[in-house]
Design a protein around this ligand. Sequence first.
Ligand SMILES: Nc1ncnc2c1ncn2[C@@H]1O[C@H](COP(=O)(O)OP(=O)(O)O)[C@@H](O)[C@H]1O
Ligand SMILES: Cc1ncsc1CCOP(=O)(O)O
Length: 259
Amino acid sequence: MNFIAKIREDKPFIFNITNEVASNFAANGLIAIGASPAMSHTPREAQDYGAMADAVVLNLGTLTEDRGEAMLKAGKAANEKGVPVILDPIAVGGTVFRTEIINDILATVKLAAIRANAGEIAVLAGALEKAKGPDSMIEKNDPEIAKAVAKKYDTVVISTGETDVITDGMRTALCKNGHEMLQNITASGCLLSSIIGPFVSVADDKFQAGVYAVASYGIAAELAMKKAMGPGTFILALLDELYFLTDEKVKRYKQIQER
Ligand SMILES: Nc1ncnc2c1ncn2[C@@H]1O[C@H](COP(=O)(O)OP(=O)(O)O)[C@@H](O)[C@H]1O
Ligand SMILES: Cc1ncsc1CCOP(=O)(O)O
């Protein structure tokens, strides 16, 4: 499927409850890929937005009581309308408050995908006690750990790192696209979580949508680094390359191993 052409045709409406660090970057990245974003975190409009969106992204960075309440409301409203929900459980296990909210979401909202770094996925699997912070990492991005989380929550899991793992518990793909400069800017994972929204919104097969989204984002980062001089110019170049990305480029440069 030509995901990027389809996104640009449909312009899916992506409702994000995300953190204040990522908010502007994620909105710009979503526009660049062809989607139509809205950012809001008041519980008073979460239900309406959750029900009218084409996908909902719940990102636990800079969590507040209000954001937690809004996420539960938006997630439940989205579920009632069959709108896919993506969870980014930033720093799960790191504090009691966020871990409780994440557990509430996992218990009450049906997720289309969970996108997190390998350390956070290990915490969800019960393989690690706590993630150290927004950028927690474990040495190895183990596909078996991601598969266990996918089965546990009956969802697609996208576990990121140098090699990304995408799995629905049955099918697994490894993606080698990306660039280490993504580690030198903030909110690169948050932007990926938001970018997964339009991809899962235009396809029934959420696993294939996840694979395509991860490869697309990684390729945009690789192309951006051909022009960037450092983190500052990389941020701008990444937005440019998301804007100029095509299905042809994704098919030409993707480094996916399915197994
Ligand atoms: N060492 C690396 N080399 C290339 N790409 C990486 C590397 N580490 C992470 N990435 C990429 O950076 C993005 C954010 O992933 P990650 O850093 O794991 O998430 P988070 O920001 O949530 O901690 C992903 O697209 C991932 O593929
Ligand atoms: C720095 C920071 N603090 C709270 S959220 C956030 C952004 C983290 O973004 P990412 O995990 O994608 O780097």
